[in-house]
Design a protein around this ligand. Structure first.
Ligand SMILES: [Ca+2]
Length: 504
């Protein structure tokens, strides 16, 4: 008996008191998914203007990943990838038009299925998969679905909170550049992607605020439950912002003065012969759809985007406060991501869908109670496909055997520098594939790159020296060896880039 206690004590000391899959109570998981989030928009990532005090507090008490990369280039592809721990080549979900139910191979079990099988209560608040209709079977696994359409035949509980309908105040004007709109365009433009500014709603009328309120209500309900067989929870909370349209309540829409916003980095000229040139010259898919932004419009849109981010931060502050007040913060893993990145006017590009840094580089903050590295930041490369393996590791989920990432738990608990992934692997349906190492980005534009014409077939950036990606080195003979090494890495694939001892 004494020996057992001693061994247990030793284990606790050496494990740092962090959750262990089999021997400890399973941790709860709060998985926060923001939309289209620029990798450095939070104060904790170095943004000097955009205010995100609540997210920064999470970063200060957890681990901030400076180099986190999603695998797909838009909602549907990236979500199908990280939810299932698979890369787009395996999910077969490459773009936003594909229904997951038509293409995802049979037998794949992702976050909802694995958490539920492991005895968790599974709660979805807001968007999880791209749409419920795309993934009805997977969405139906959730025990609770709020602020998201429910699959046909789903028999879960009614909403915990109800809210009155919200009618925007049309006198508050969001800016819209959509041309040829009908006469009621001023009102309709509030909901168009191609607009920015005031949403015409009060904060408490906004869907994102309401989703946060629902999350708070679920946390408070969980905290007072006393049943002996109480299950841990997996709560996925999404915020629709800062996706376009960049509209938010007055307080946030007017928070940042466009005159104080610097012009976007990376001039358009650096894209010479690139497949993105058409998009960058005739307009983007989400905002400035008709023609490129003027310098003034770019500053205004970025200010409006920052307003959306600060609004989201305030919403999350309510959730983080509830975690602390209930004491659940001590037994809950918190993970915050942007589902993918976004270009805010760099290279004349708005939106995503490129093989440049803006699309796949996204924020990732993780707080595991008691983890040794909490309070630090890491430059090690992680991929969003690593999220599910990490949950498997911490939460005692059954490994489904098909995962294409690795648990980054060692990065949260390491005492010394350890060898880590050599590269992140990135895809875009229209443009091809890329590999990102700590120093370089190398991209090959594929057959789907509809606008390649006689332009470049590949691109190489020294991102360490040139973080804005303005000097394409692909035709520079001094980089021939680097080019060959990176092309080999890209063609060999992700398994070859794993740390020693993984994937063998
Ligand atoms: Ca998105």
């Amino acid at each position: 008996m004494r020996k057992t206690i001693l061994l247990l004590a030793l284990w606790f000391v050496f494990s740092g008191g962090v959750f262990a899959a089999e021997t400890e109570k399973k941790p709860n998981v709060l998985f926060i998914i923001l939309e289209d989030t620029h990798w450095n928009v939070f104060g904790s990532y170095g943004n000097p203007i955009c205010q995100t005090p609540n997210i920064d507090k999470l970063a200060q008490s957890g681990v901030l990943f400076e180099r986190a990369y999603c695998q797909g280039s838009a909602c549907n592809a990236t979500r199908a990838s990280f939810i299932n721990g698979l890369r787009p080549a395996t999910t077969r979900v490459w773009h936003n038009g594909q229904r997951i139910r038509d293409v995802l191979p049979e037998g794949i079990r992702g976050m909802p299925e694995l958490f539920k099988e492991a005895g968790y209560t599974t709660i979805d608040i807001g968007k999880f998969y791209h749409t419920t209709d795309f993934a009805p079977k997977q969405t139906a696994v959730f025990d609770v679905i709020e602020h998201q359409s429910r699959p046909e035949g789903w028999q879960g509980p009614p909403p915990l909170l109800t809210f009155p309908p919200a009618q925007p105040d049309w006198n508050k004007k969001a800016k819209s550049r959509k041309k040829g709109e009908p006469q009621n365009a001023q009102a309709r433009s509030h909901w168009y992607s191609d607009s920015y500014g005031d949403s015409g709603l009060e904060p408490e009328q906004e869907g994102d605020r309401r989703a946060a309120r629902v999350a708070v209500a679920h946390l408070e309900k969980f905290a007072v439950e006393k049943t002996p067989d109480k299950k841990p929870f997996f709560l996925a909370l999404s915020q629709g912002k800062p996706h376009t349209p960049y509209i938010s309540p007055t307080k946030f829409a007017t928070l940042y003065d466009p005159e104080t916003i610097p012009a976007p980095p990376a001039p358009f000229e650096t894209l010479k012969d690139f497949p993105y040139v058409v998009r960058a010259t005739v307009g983007g898919p989400d905002i400035f759809t008709q023609s490129p932004s003027t310098p003034q419009e770019a500053r205004e849109a970025i200010a409006a985007y920052y307003g959306c981010v600060t609004f989201v931060d305030e919403n999350l502050g309510l959730v983080f406060d509830a975690l602390e007040k209930t004491g659940l913060d001590k037994e809950t893993i918190v993970v915050l991501i942007g589902d993918h990145g976004v270009h805010l006017g760099d290279h004349n590009i708005w939106s995503k869908y490129t093989l440049l840094e803006g699309t796949h580089h996204a924020p990732l903050i993780v707080r595991v109670p008691g983890a040794k590295e909490n309070g630090k930041r890491t430059k090690e490369l992680v991929e969003f496909v690593d999220l599910l393996p990490t949950f498997v590791d911490y939460c005692g989920l059954k490994d489904p055997g098909h995962l294409e990432g690795i648990s980054f738990r060692p990065l949260l608990e390491k005492d010394v520098a350890i060898p880590w992934k050599k590269a992140a692997f990135l895809t875009d349906h229209d443009f091809g594939h890329a590999v990102r190492t700590p120093k370089y980005r190398y991209a090959e534009f594929g057959e789907n790159a509809r606008w390649v014409a006689d332009g470049l077939k590949a691109a190489l950036y020294d991102v360490e020296k040139d973080p804005e990606e303005v000097v394409n080195l692909i035709n520079d003979p001094a980089y021939d060896t680097v080019k060959k090494e990176l092309a080999d890495l890209l063609h060999k694939g992700w398994k070859d880039a794993l740390p020693p001892g993984y994937g063998e």
